[in-house]
Design a protein around this ligand. Structure first.
Ligand code: GSH
Length: 204
């Protein structure tokens, strides 16, 4: 397996999952700042120009965080990253979809790349603020989800890897983490697999 990633990007969550699983894998850095995701070599692998991208041992490529995370967790059940009851499975998918499709894609992307969404330069600040509103709202909802639990759905799962990269971004952007998210983030940082993934990406 080979993970195409960019240091500190959402691919960090998949990197954490791979480290939790502990099977051999390679990594290939994609320089997003230099636009490597739009170069023909990468487009051949993932025409969506996004990381995470997973090249599997049979040569097939899997994209989109929830699909990659779900496939890994179910391919390697011994890592116990996927809950064993239907209700918690549905909850894990529910929160991952919200964190990635809304908090990340609609919130953080507006904060980080406002010009992509702004009709003109003058609109960029308003776009950034709207992104921050969506992102902060998402952290508050995640905080409620975490109430009374160590991990997002109770037992540790792939949903925690998604929550982790969002919390990591909040720290980087100096957006205060609500109490349950801060405790979850500290719990995640204390996991050896998380420390290894961060160290490999040069983030530790
Ligand atoms: N929906 C995608 C989102 C992936 C995504 O937005 N990745 C960002 C990095 S965090 C990326 O590759 N951005 C490159 C670009 O948009 O040019 C997923 O679930 O994997």
């Amino acid at each position: 397996m080979k993970l195409y990633y960019s240091p500190g990007a959402c691919s960090l969550g998949i990197h954490v999952i791979l480290e939790e699983i502990g099977k051999p894998y390679e990594t290939q850095r994609v320089n997003l700042r230099q636009g490597e995701q739009f170069q023909p070599t990468f487009l051949e692998i993932n025409p969506k120009s996004k990381v995470p991208t997973l090249l599997r041992d049979d040569g097939s490529v899997l994209t989109e965080f929830p699909a990659i995370a779900y496939w890994l967790a179910n391919k390697y059940p011994e890592a116990k990253l996927w809950p064993d009851n239907l209700e918690l499975q549905a909850r894990a998918l529910e929160i991952m979809d919200y964190l990635i499709a809304t908090v990340h894609m609609q919130g953080f992307t507006r904060m980080f790349l406002p010009k992509r969404f702004a009709p003109s330069e003058a609109d960029a600040e308003a776009v950034r603020k709207e992104g921050l509103r969506i992102f902060t709202n998402g952290l508050n909802l995640l905080d409620k989800t975490l109430s009374g639990k160590d991990y997002v759905v109770g037992p540790y799962s792939i949903a925690d890897a998604a929550a982790f990269y969002i919390e990591f971004w909040a720290e980087g952007q100096k957006v205060p983490l609500p109490a349950n998210c801060a405790a979850h983030y500290a719990r995640m940082r204390a996991r050896p697999a998380v420390a290894r993934a961060m160290q490999q990406e040069g983030l530790a």
